[in-house]
Design a protein around this ligand. Structure first.
Ligand SMILES: Cc1cc2nc3c(=O)[nH]c(=O)nc-3n(C[C@H](O)[C@H](O)[C@H](O)COP(=O)(O)OP(=O)(O)OC[C@H]3O[C@@H](n4cnc5c(N)ncnc54)[C@H](O)[C@@H]3O)c2cc1C
Length: 373
């Protein structure tokens, strides 16, 4: 049997593409090696930050607006608390990339942010250390997504709309033929008119002719035991990001299971995500403990959980979203560079738009292949 569309990889972006294709009435098949919301790739560890005053580049804001709308629709459809608007507090020097970038996106696109005064700061969030070298900006309409639950929800809703989802099946390769695309897996082969590749940290394997180098970085996530009255989401503690020179750390309030901290910068380069060590790394652990002691003085030093996850970085650390050069039938998202989940909802929609020839839900041309010549 042939399908209108096959999606290779049903993690963050692929699960959304499966849903949006099914919602449009396409006969669509999603394939993945692992069961939904697994912990082998880049979409696990409970939470992902979502924010609109995008310090990375204001050009993402229209895509973010579409993503916010689509996440809200998924919440409404499922009745699940997938998107928690805790707000995000940004700490740094005014001239640093974080605060100046937040300010620039906010001004360009009219996104509400607040400058938090020193007096206000202490009464609002007594759990943070006060650092006179830092200024604080707060984005109220921001927060986090429950990453595994979002993927599970998109897959479940897609299947309910008629999509086929097969997991436990490893994709070996694919090729374009005269009348469509042929996909080979360890279980068989499938034919479709069109193809979307959303393979996360395995993108280079399933897009061998991409011609853009993607770098894989191992990242560590740490959870520490804390007093919920100081660091709990219920007490009003927000998501946060701290910039110290060229280093950037971030984290999430506790929802009963610990304060989650991680470093956005740094990370060891790895070759194969399935072979990479998942042990606690002493250098990373020490840097996080230093961050904990410096910025959260009233938190305990007791680590209660640790996980490893992978970034797939493009050369300029911006996403790659496009049709495959020379092909009308194949579109892909790759190199999401450690900041892609918040946009998974709109990226999945935009990929279906690209392969069906419709106007994308948001302008993604700035994320195209052309910038790499
Ligand atoms: C520690 C960490 C923190 C992050 N924090 C944030 C954040 O706060 N906010 C944010 O927006 N983003 C964040 N990100 C980035 C974000 O999580 C990723 O960009 C996004 O989840 C990647 O989605 P994806 O669909 O590209 O990959 P994945 O969700 O990993 O999906 C790829 C899928 O393809 C499948 N696959 C690949 N190859 C094959 C094959 N040969 N056969 C079968 N199946 C295959 C895999 O099994 C997998 O399910 C973070 C990432 C990490 C690692």
């Amino acid at each position: 049997m042939s399908h209108d569309l096959i999606i290779l990889g049903t993690g963050g972006v692929g699960s959304s593409a499966l849903f949006h294709a099914a919602e449009r009435g396409l006969s669509v098949l999603g394939l993945d090696r692992f069961p939904p919301a697994h912990d082998r790739g880049s979409s696990h560890g409970e939470t992902r930050m979502i924010r609109q005053s995008y310090f990375e580049n204001p050009a993402y804001v229209p895509l973010l607006r579409a993503s916010y709308r689509l996440w809200d629709e998924l919440v409404e459809r499922t009745g699940e608390a997938l998107f928690q608007r805790t707000g995000v507090a940004y700490f740094g020097r005014p001239e640093g990339g974080l605060l100046s970038g937040v300010q620039a996106s906010s001004e360009t696109h009219g996104i509400a942010i607040e400058s938090v005064s020193a007096d206000d700061f202490e009464t609002r969030w007594p759990g943070f250390a006060k650092d006179d070298s830092h200024e604080v900006l707060f984005e109220p309409d921001a927060g986090y997504l429950r990453v595994e639950d979002c993927i599970a929800a998109y897959l479940r809703e897609a299947v309910r709309l008629g999509a086929e989802h097969r997991h436990g099946e490893t994709i070996l390769g694919w090729e374009e033929s005269g009348d469509g695309v042929e996909v080979r897996t360890d279980r068989g082969s499938y034919h479709a008119d069109r193809l979307i590749v959303t393979a996360g940290c395995w993108a280079s394997q399933l897009l061998p002719d991409l011609g853009v180098p993607l770098k894989l970085l191992r990242k560590h996530l740490h959870w520490f035991e804390v007093d919920e009255s100081l660091y709990g989401e219920a007490s009003g503690f927000p998501c946060f990001a701290h910039e110290f020179g060229s280093d950037c750390f971030y984290g999430f309030p506790s929802a009963g299971a610990g304060l989650k901290l991680a470093e956005h910068t740094g990370g060891d380069e790895i070759e194969d995500p399935l072979e990479a060590s998942r042990e606690l790394d002493p250098t990373d652990a020490e840097r996080i403990e230093h961050y904990l002691a410096r910025c959260f003085p009233q938190a305990s030093r007791k680590r209660i959980r640790h996980e490893v996850c992978f970034y797939t970085n493009s050369p300029d650390e911006h996403y790659l979203v496009d049709r495959l050069p020379g092909s009308e039938r194949v579109a892909f998202a790759a190199g999401l560079s450690g900041h892609g989940f918040k946009n998974a909802s709109a990226l999945g929609h935009a990929l279906v738009d690209l392969v069906t020839g419709e106007k994308p839900i948001a302008d993604v041309r700035f994320l195209g292949m052309e910038r790499f010549g």
